[in-house]
Design a protein around this ligand. Structure first.
Ligand SMILES: Cc1cc2nc3c(=O)[nH]c(=O)nc-3n(C[C@H](O)[C@H](O)[C@H](O)COP(=O)(O)OP(=O)(O)OC[C@H]3O[C@@H](n4cnc5c(N)ncnc54)[C@H](O)[C@@H]3O)c2cc1C
Length: 427
């Protein structure tokens, strides 16, 4: 067997390693597992504050209302069409989004059901430069080392936090501190919250929350804004938003959780009651009663592993082409990479490469695209090694993608691309 063929069909070198277990990573794992690539997903472990945790950022949120189909409903869906108008209206009213942890557990189970192997560790080193387009090396915190022909970088982004000790106590799951107004804002209707930040996202979050009928205190360290003038003007005109410039939150205050008296789980838990604000000029302090704090001071992509290997923008978001392929860094440690338009076999997807949309559904979509691209990359390598003409086999992206439709597999006997290559070679 040629080297590449034995690598792809054997176990010593992986076909694909996926870094990260958010919606991007699990979707990429599901697709590459169904493509018989035997993916290894390195999930991360638990660094909750930065959301670098198995399951990713959604582990910190209670109800996800905008991931299509991820709902709970008491309705027997087979009987849906037979319900009368009132029955349907009641069922629609009853729909509830899944919690972040539930959605991510379902994604994990689905990926593993099809054969994804998982490792709950952080990746500490990736070596792309040694052999671009060949075999990549991935090392983890326990010192394990893996070789792989392709890599899907799905390491996401971590919301920046204020860096105060009390933040951890109230972060996520209804505690009172959140980094996402569109996700968690609805639970604060009729209440009072603070939004921290001076950029466009802080302005957007403040306006969004105010429009939900929430009283908003906008807390900003300076009196100059990074946000665009028009956004600042909109916030200034909104009667539900009170602006506090030259202020920073230095501590948070809690009160017993509303379920503390009735539930053993919540017995010692607290929810947010207020914040201590410090005047950044005079250092004077004051207490502000609050039900929630939304921290909107930006996100940091988890891309540090790829410094001087892959191209990233100033904020550290990895760049990619239309086929989700990573672009080499201009400082890439291997000169060979300087002439490459993309790094063969390295795909980037999800929040680590997206500072615009940052939604679970867009991340999952990108994970799917990266996986199908990786599948085609591996199949082409295998076809080359086996001397098969790709044209004869129709290795077009459309063909690879369509072979993922369940109906094609069940009814038409369509097979994953690498199986088709092996079969063609044996004819
Ligand atoms: C509080 C909050 C609530 C949100 N609510 C919603 C919502 O309701 N709806 C919605 O659509 N979007 C929501 N979002 C946005 C959504 O969570 C993200 O867009 C989505 O999770 C991005 O998915 P991802 O897989 O690209 O990255 P992430 O979810 O960030 O996952 C990245 C993964 O990579 C892992 N990782 C990082 N570094 C390493 C490493 N070195 N080694 C191994 N693993 C590593 C992490 O542990 C994590 O598992 C919310 C975000 C936050 C912060």
């Amino acid at each position: 067997m040629s080297d590449i063929k034995s690598e792809i069909l054997g176990d010593a070198v992986r076909n694909v390693i996926i870094i990260g277990s958010g919606p991007t990573g699990y979707t990429a794992a599901l697709y590459t597992a169904r493509a018989n690539l035997k993916p290894l997903l390195i999930a991360g472990s638990a660094d909750k504050k930065t959301a670098r945790i198995k399951g990713g950022q959604l582990m910190a949120t209670s109800d996800i209302e905008n991931f299509p189909g991820a709902i709970e409903t008491g309705v027997d869906l087979d009987n849906w069409a037979y319900l009368d108008e009132a029955g349907q209206a009641a069922a629609i009213q009853d729909v509830k989004g899944l919690s972040g942890p539930h959605l991510m557990t379902k994604m994990e189970l689905q990926a593993r059901h099809f054969g994804t192997e998982m490792l709950e560790e952080f990746v500490t080193e990736v070596d792309i430069c040694a052999d671009p387009g060949g075999v990549y090396t991935v090392r983890t915190e326990s010192g394990r080392e893996f070789k792989t022909l392709s890599l899907i970088v799905a390491s996401g982004a971590a919301a920046k936090t204020m860096g105060i000790e009390a933040e951890d106590k109230f972060f996520g799951q209804g505690g009172g501190v959140s980094t996402c107004a569109t996700c968690d804002g609805h639970s604060y209707r009729g209440k009072t919250v603070a939004v921290v930040g001076g950029g466009d996202s802080a302005m957007e979050e403040a306006s969004y929350l105010a429009n939900l009928g929430i009283k908003v205190h906008l807390i900003h360290r300076r009196d100059e804004w990074r946000a665009s003038k028009i956004m600042v003007e909109r916030v200034k005109k909104n009667p539900s938003i009170e602006i506090h410039t030259f202020r920073a939150i230095v501590d948070l205050k809690g009160k017993p959780h509303p379920l503390a008296a009735t539930s053993a789980f919540f017995k010692d838990k607290e929810v947010l009651a207020g914040a201590i604000l410090e005047n950044t000029q005079t250092k004077e302090r004051e207490e502000l009663a609050l039900d929630g704090v939304f921290v909107a001071i930006g996100h940091t992509p988890n891309s540090g592993l790829f410094k001087d290997q892959l191209k990233m923008d100033e904020a550290g978001y990895l760049e990619r082409d239309g086929h989700m392929r990573a672009i080499p860094s201009v400082n890439a440690c291997n000169r060979k990479m300087h002439g490459m338009e993309h790094v063969p076999g390295v795909f980037v997807a999800g929040d680590v490469s997206d500072h615009t949309y940052r939604q679970a559904i867009t991340a999952a979509g990108m994970g799917c695209m990266a996986a199908i691209e990786a599948e085609r990359y591996i199949a082409e390598k295998l076809a080359d090694a086996m001397g098969i003409d790709g044209n004869a086999l129709d290795m077009s992206m459309e063909s690879v993608a369509q072979s993922h439709w369940s109906s094609e597999r069940d009814q038409m006997g369509e097979k994953p691309m690498i199986e088709r290559v092996v079969e063609a070679a044996s004819v």
